[in-house]
Design a protein around this ligand. Sequence first.
Ligand code: SF4
Ligand SMILES: [Zn+2]
Length: 536
Amino acid sequence: MKKPRAAVGNQSGRRKEASSQEGKKKCAFSSSQSKLSAPSGTIPEFSETPAGLSRQQKALLQASVSPYHLFRDVAEVTAFQESLLGWYDRKKRDLPWRRLVEGEVDLDRRAYAVWVSEVMLQQTQVATVINYYTRWMQKWPTLQDLASASLEEVNQLWAGLGYYSRGRWLQEGAQKVVEELGGHMPRTAETLQRFLPGVGRYTAGAIASIAFGQAAGVVDGNIIRVLCRVRAIGAEPSSSLVSQHLWNLAQQLVDPARPGDFNQAAMELGAIVCTPQRPLCSHCPVQSLCRARQRVEREQLSASQSLPGSGDVEECAPNTGQCPLCAPPTEPWDQTLGVTNFPRKASRKPPREECSAICVLEQPKALGGACILLVQRPNSGLLAGLWEFPSVNVNAEASGQHQREALLQELQSWVGSLPDTHLQHLGQVVHTFSHIKMTYQVYGLALEEHTPVTIVPPGARWLTREDFHTAAVSTAMKKVFRMYEGQQPGTCKGSKRSQVATLSKRKKPSPGQQVLESFFPPQVPTDAPSLNSAAQ
Ligand code: SF4
Ligand SMILES: [Zn+2]
């Protein structure tokens, strides 16, 4: 029997696995839990102070910025603030965290409500977050409630939201605040960032401005887009120079009288007006101050008159050489893109590809009803503490025979000796995590009546199908289980336990369901059904 896996996948192990290709060459498979490593950083939130920028470079940046990429004077800043806040007061969306914060006078409760919303909104759509946020705040309305929750409960509520370390950091942070600060949240952006795990410069600034009224400018994905357009910044937004300039602009613009509202207004503008693909410039409150808009008009005019440009329109005019905030000469203006010429698209590293053989092991005739085996991931790293079907990472080139042997070995390490018959390949599920494109080769194995297994070591458990659907499992596991359920004769999605049929009673396998003895597929069976899913 297998030992609990809590010790697998420590920090150093993950680093080694992430960078080493040699391990893959040495063996065709290895434990999936030790191979599925975490990204090296935190959740991307466009928040970090440009690390590589020296004081000298910052000074150089300040000195060399063309007025074209700055706000000219106080009057222009004030006009921007008033236009944006006026629009926000009229148009802001009614969102649960806004309602909660507006009606809350206790500063710690306010900060907690903002903190949860900001963490959930990192890399996740508002529409998706609303339901999770509402359930979270009902279950843990205060820091103290969250501090006494278990990681299992947190993962259970977070299931399906993705980037699971976020939930863990919230819970760890709440425990720290309760234990070390008597339940009082740090009151400034700087101390919030220093004290709370997983909180970067953006989240700290958002909490400090919205909950405590600190005049801290913030930069998130929406604000990057708005500022790059408003000040016609065409250079790569993730570069140190541009990032530093955006933070400077945000700090210059934030309204000291209403910093929380101003920051939310800027984000709201990016979310519903200055959108990535089809910005609604004619509805934009800061249209008259937008250099991207002016550039479009100038380009249209010059195209219609076949002139090189109009002399009375402001342009970037750096004193020396190429402006570091404009697009490089290799990327000229694209007339068809209009204002979406800004910001420049960041070059994205494609996720690395990995392959895993995974098995839904079921006891259809278990006492108390059919149940399936889940094992727990380590308490650190990607999908920490979540439950999943037993799996092994396999080399993408591994044969079907290798996959079967590796998987059986893994299953037996959890539940002891198993018959190797009836292990069926059901198809493949492709799931993209933040940095890994994982192909799951999905297998199913239903135990015969005479081979009941009820005892499992710590780190594993048998769950009914109903319990599986509310357990702390990732979206990828739900897809895997959907494939398993969908290929069972006599069962369907959401079927009752009594309807579960054993594999021994199945009809003749379909082309995608080969019985193991005859199953020697190519690396990726071409006739197997496939489910593709995006990140989370
Ligand atoms: S005018 Fe258009 S491009 Fe400029 S900030 Fe408004 S929506 Fe964005
Ligand atoms: Zn420029």
